[in-house]
Design a protein around this ligand. Sequence first.
Ligand SMILES: Cc1cc2nc3c(=O)[nH]c(=O)nc-3n(C[C@H](O)[C@H](O)[C@H](O)COP(=O)(O)O)c2cc1C
Length: 189
Amino acid sequence: MNEALSNIYDRSSVRRYKAEKVPEEDIREILKAGFHAANGMNRQALEFVVVENTGQIKRYNRKAIVLFADMARAAGHPNPMAERMAGDPDADIFYGAPTLIFVFADPSAVTPVEDGSLAVGNMMLAAHSMRYGTCFIGFAAGLGQDPEFRKECGVPDDRRYVACMILGRPEGISEKHPRGDVKILNWTK
Ligand SMILES: Cc1cc2nc3c(=O)[nH]c(=O)nc-3n(C[C@H](O)[C@H](O)[C@H](O)COP(=O)(O)O)c2cc1C
């Protein structure tokens, strides 16, 4: 098997991190890998926010949990996990990771969600190849749309929030989530 395939099959989401900071040049390399993903009409509309400040990460964690629980309730689908975390002061949706990467799209994006998702995929694989761990954090969706968070992070009002990914050196061995057989509905030859 070639190295690119091994890297794909070997990656898994990491939910325990060492506190050590990720060197800036490595973060920049990982962002670059994200920016090099395919994107609609090559508009290159993605923009990134990196948060490493531990005080900020702690604050955003609490805010994200509350906002996510509120959002789910407002949509009429209370989320049991979010409700549980809202009542647990130690809950940590960022799993102690030293780096948060938020992905936004500017208004020129024709396919913001697709662009952002592909960027996160690239960043996960790039990070894994550099022995870093990552995890997509869907629980940060409310945070990404929060005016106070956006103002603090310098995100203009017209930017669309797309994704949040955490990054850091894994602590211990991460649990693997094996895949079943590929589901092919039809294959016409
Ligand atoms: C859109 C999206 C949102 C996710 N949100 C979360 C999250 O909020 N918290 C979390 O621990 N994992 C989250 N994950 C990670 C998935 O649970 C994980 O990718 C899945 O269980 C497969 O495991 P693997 O990544 O280890 O292969 C998310 C993944 C995706 C693609």
